[in-house]
Ligand binder design. Sequence first.
Ligand code: SAH
Length: 232
Amino acid sequence: MAALLRFLNPEVGMISPRTRERMVAGLRSAGITDERVLAVMAQVPRHLFVAEALASRAYEPVSLPIGWGQTISQPLIVARMLSAVLAAGSPRRVLEIGTGSGYQTALLAALGMEVFSIERVEGLYLATQELLRHLEVPRLRLRLGDGSRGWEENAPFDAIIFTAAVPCALPPLFHQLLAGGCLLMPQAGRAEEQRLKCYRWNGQDAEEEDLGECRFVPLLPGTVNQKDQIGV
Ligand code: SAH
């Protein structure tokens, strides 16, 4: 594991590793048992993925604003998603739709995966690209665009993760998955409710698992370019 985490600078800011350890203890008591997930979450400096003014809250069990009306997902949801991805064994290639702050992107890379990630908001894409480069996160391909149709040229993937709530009508991206792979997505249902769904694809059929209630920003079509962004 240590070799995979070379890109992390242990001397980051004012936040002590103990703060991260407390977050991990909270994840354990909330039912996260995968030691690989707990280990990377204990090491990746989440506070670098939010604005400095919010850094002191980065390890609380909440989602936080990251600008452009978007949020960094709360640690427990990220941990659940990573655990579901790892449940099938040792996934190598993963597609993330909704790069956002890049926190989950960095965790996936720290777990040894080759990560392909798509973001539709140019301002976020550029800022996160710079941060991930600065942190020397390895095995990463970022793209600005609408990820709702996946990333055909780089398919197939072992896992596809949506980090924004997917409307029921969107056709699932099973054709971009390897047999044995999984598709994870917050699914928008009736009223306000969203459920985190994991579909395991065997090459012909998908087995659905419900990972509980969740709350994500919606998956939106098209891209938002810098010149169209009025305020953040
Ligand atoms: N995992 C990220 C979640 C960010 S919120 C984090 O923890 O920071 C979801 C992100 O999905 C937002 O950045 C939003 O702009 C992006 N998004 C929404 N619809 C999208 C689409 N169709 N294609 C790509 N990204 C999308």
